[in-house]
Design a protein around this ligand. Structure first.
Ligand code: DX5
Ligand code: ZN
Length: 221
């Protein structure tokens, strides 16, 4: 499959030196910056918001920023992330009152839109909006924390989404998030994913000789 992309989740970065960490993973070969937004409401954790996204742009990050919104409600933050320079904005359908409207808001703002599916969320949410999504993100853990284990049932779900995307004939990216490691990424790719979020696997694999280089998933895939 063409065009695999690695999206380090900055949830596992050192937040005290975030700009440098993002520069380092990009220089190490990462393609996209995965930006996890948690609100202590939709998920039981609290992270970073649009101000930090804007700060990364001001720092000079030009790579795509993939804002994964784990927040409820979603719509007002969509506007803030558009203004902050996000490239992709994805949200969980259960967290939106009007899924079609939220997708449209993202596209109207010039960003690419995506739906995120928790391990137990049915794919039926895609049925009527396949022409309005640019990305499908399958969670392979329950959202809220880095460092969890990949849920194996995600592989069948990936194959199902891959079939739907191919049948649509549209260039929709298929991203997977949670527990992606060097030793399972090939199998995940074979199941149909083309975009791989990895947090702990990337940031725990700092190169021993060069503290600005990250290996792990970025280097070995
Ligand atoms: C979990 C987040 C993930 C997380 C992945 O809610 O959406 O992006 O950071 O971390 P790892 O790769 O460590 O499972
Ligand atoms: Zn994420």
């Amino acid at each position: 499959r063409p065009d695999f992309q690695i999206a380090p989740s900055i949830l596992s970065a050192d937040f005290a030196r975030l700009g440098e960490e993002v520069d380092d993973v990009l220089a190490s070969g990462a393609d996209i910056v995965h930006f996890d937004v948690m609100d202590n409401h939709y998920v039981p954790n609290l992270t970073i918001g649009p101000m930090v996204c804007e700060a990364l742009r001001k720092h000079g990050v030009t790579a795509p920023i993939d804002a994964h919104l784990m927040v409820k409600p979603v719509d007002r933050l969509i506007g803030d992330f558009i203004d902050a320079g996000a490239s992709y904005i994805t949200f969980h359908p259960e967290a939106s009152e009007h899924i079609d409207r939220s997708l449209q808001l993202i596209r109207d703002g010039g960003c690419r839109a995506g739906l995120v599916f928790n391990p137990a969320t049915p794919l039926a949410y895609l049925d009527y909006v396949m022409d309005k999504v640019d990305m499908v993100l399958l969670m392979s853990v329950n959202p809220g924390f880095g460092g969890q284990s990949f849920i194996p049932g995600t592989l069948d779900k990936l194959r199902e989404v891959r079939r739907r995307i191919d049948a649509s004939g549209r260039p929709i990216r298929l991203e997977v998030d949670g527990g992606v490691k060097v030793d399972n990424i090939a199998e995940i790719a074979r199941a149909g994913a083309d975009t791989f979020v990895a947090g702990s696997a990337v940031f725990k694999a700092r190169n021993e000789d060069d503290p600005h280089r990250y290996d792990g998933v970025i280097g070995d895939f």
